[in-house]
Design a protein around this ligand. Sequence first.
Ligand code: ZN
Length: 266
Amino acid sequence: MTGRHVLNDSHDNSELAELVRLRQPCVVLTGAGVSTESGIPDFRSPTGLWARFDPLEYGSIEAFRADPLKVWSFYKPRVAMLTEAEPNPAHVALAELERLGFVEAVVTQNIDLLHGRAGSREVVEVHGSIRSATCPGCGEREPLERVHQLLAEGDAPACPVCGEILKPDVVFFGELLPAAAIERASELARSAGLLLVVGSTLEVYPVAGLPEETLAAGGQLAIVNRGPTPYDARATLRIDGSAGEVLARVAEALRGEQPQEPQHAR
Ligand SMILES: [Zn+2]
């Protein structure tokens, strides 16, 4: 099969379900497009958060070091919004596909914890998450619940030990990605019979390099995304559609089916 640029229809959904069943193990890579259906805006879109907030002014590690209170003025409502968001049918379907044995792991660029809350177990968060915040001064780490308590008392969460302002454990611009997570993501991408990309435009490195690793190791690529990606021509199947609708139909098609044993030791 060659890469195809197609509109979402039921035929494509069943073709994707068949690919997932046959091309084991299947590793899923998700981006902001998976969470937009939970009401979380894609901050890289032209109408997203960064259109109103300069990322270098609010989302960079330099900005945080220079003025953590200013950065928290942006992050406080964002953390509240992420905490209130609920998993959508895309998250639920991926968790079900994992339970059914069709998905080995989800590698995600999202920091919103929605995959885990939907029931996914093997989740690799390559951009960190809002699960915790760490003190740059003494290294004290506080869970999200405590960060919420601290935010209820002030504009920014102060370290209970030394008083410095805590930094969310999400990857800021200018920060290195968590090495262990990136290494695990690469390993998964290389071992994948199918890398299923959902809701990512594959423009942000190093995550954007993962499909290359899958293809180089002999695996195939399927893409479910609204709008083009640089890998479209190399994808076995490409569906331009809603992540929630497409994945719900894939999960439905695979209920009662068995994943095929991987054919090649990689
Ligand atoms: Zn501290």
